[in-house]
Design a protein around this ligand. Structure first.
Ligand SMILES: NC(=O)c1ccc[n+]([C@@H]2O[C@H](COP(=O)([O-])OP(=O)(O)OC[C@H]3O[C@@H](n4cnc5c(N)ncnc54)[C@H](OP(=O)(O)O)[C@@H]3O)[C@@H](O)[C@H]2O)c1
Length: 298
């Protein structure tokens, strides 16, 4: 089947901003915005505020062949302080949209997170059992489970990407989980970074590449999508500072043991991306290459 119209929910967010631009070269992209549509040409914009608008109307109006559902309450702190809203947005809305998609036999692509794991083991592959320790991750696991149940008889229509910590350019409102480091360093401010929290940082352009390929080749199932390097947050910050020409001593090392937040941190959520590499035929960029790309993207 040739997919032509692709609806991206949350297309104004950190991932969505890059994704809608990249995919609009190959597909007719329809993006949702809540307040102001970005000025990107070649994309149809539809206002969608989950608190006001109905998912059924969104799908009727956009008439897509496939849906990439990015829209989420994506910050862990926001989710732990508003757990009901987190469940409504991250789980209930996801399943409402998916039910409508399923009725019309639309492809459904969903983004989950490396934080579905408790981080005690690291090198997680798709056969490892999720064990979320916070509200955000729990709502994502519930969405994943609900989606797998819904699409049980038509699994080819469903693709779930568990994304690692992603980095790249975005806008001021959506800096992504790494943007604040770059913003602080740019202003000469110090950043406190965990030296004992390991992730597999993912260059944002690789998300677009994987999504494009998924739509073209109709890959389905669950995939761990992370960069080829596993690295602790502090070392990653130092690499960013070195690459972008900031003093590395602005990066202060901290331990997760000193974290004062309400939920435990997951120390090692690094990904094993063998299944992704086998299916997609390429390896997501490592830190060095990804940071080079950021400089080129400027
Ligand atoms: N970035 C990462 O490193 C990472 C890692 C793992 C998983 N993920 C997942 O990937 C997806 C995209 O992440 P992201 O970093 O791009 O998130 P983000 O920057 O927070 O963007 C979230 C998007 O959802 C929209 N949104 C939130 N609440 C809404 C509501 N009530 N009604 C309508 N729109 C609403 C936002 O609209 P506004 O423009 O109005 O804010 C924005 O477009 C999420 O599902 C996230 O959980 C991301």
């Amino acid at each position: 089947m040739t997919l032509k119209r692709v609806l991206i929910t949350g297309a104004t967010g950190f991932v969505g901003l890059r994704l809608h631009r990249d995919l609009s070269q190959d597909f007719q992209v329809i993006g949702t915005y809540r307040k102001d549509p970005p000025g990107t040409g070649g994309v149809e914009w539809i206002e969608f505020d989950a608190d006001i608008h109905a998912p059924g109307d969104l799908i009727e109006e956009s008439n897509p062949d496939a849906i990439i559902h990015l829209l989420a309450l994506s910050r862990t702190e926001g989710c732990s302080s508003s757990p009901d809203m987190a469940r409504q947005i991250n789980t209930d809305l996801t399943l409402d949209l998916a039910r409508i998609a399923l009725n019309s036999r639309l492809r459904f692509l969903f983004t989950s997170t490396d934080q579905v794991f408790d981080g005690k083991k690291g090198d997680y592959s798709e056969v490892d059992r999720p064990h979320p320790t916070g509200v955000y991750a729990r709502t994502k696991v519930e969405a994943e489970e609900g989606l797998c149940e819904l699409f049980r008889n038509v699994p080819d229509l469903l693709t779930i990407f568990r994304l690692a910590l992603s980095y790249g350019h975005s806008d001021e409102l959506h800096p992504g989980p790494v943007g604040w480091i770059i913003n602080s360093l740019t202003e000469g401010l110090p950043v406190n970074l965990f030296k004992d929290e390991i992730r597999s940082p993912l260059y944002i352009g690789d998300i677009s590449r994987a999504m494009r390929q998924t739509l073209r080749n109709e890959y389905s199932g669950i995939y761990h999508l992370g960069g080829r390097d596993s690295i602790d947050r502090h070392s990653f910050g130092v690499r960013i500072a070195e690459k972008l020409g900031f003093p590395t001593d602005l990066c202060h090392a901290q331990s997760v043991l000193d974290y004062p937040g309400p939920e435990p941190r997951s120390p090692n959520c690094s990904f094993n991306v063998s299944k992704f590499i086998q299916t997609f035929g390429w390896t997501p960029m490592g830190v060095e290459e990804g940071l080079e790309r950021i400089l080129e993207d400027n």
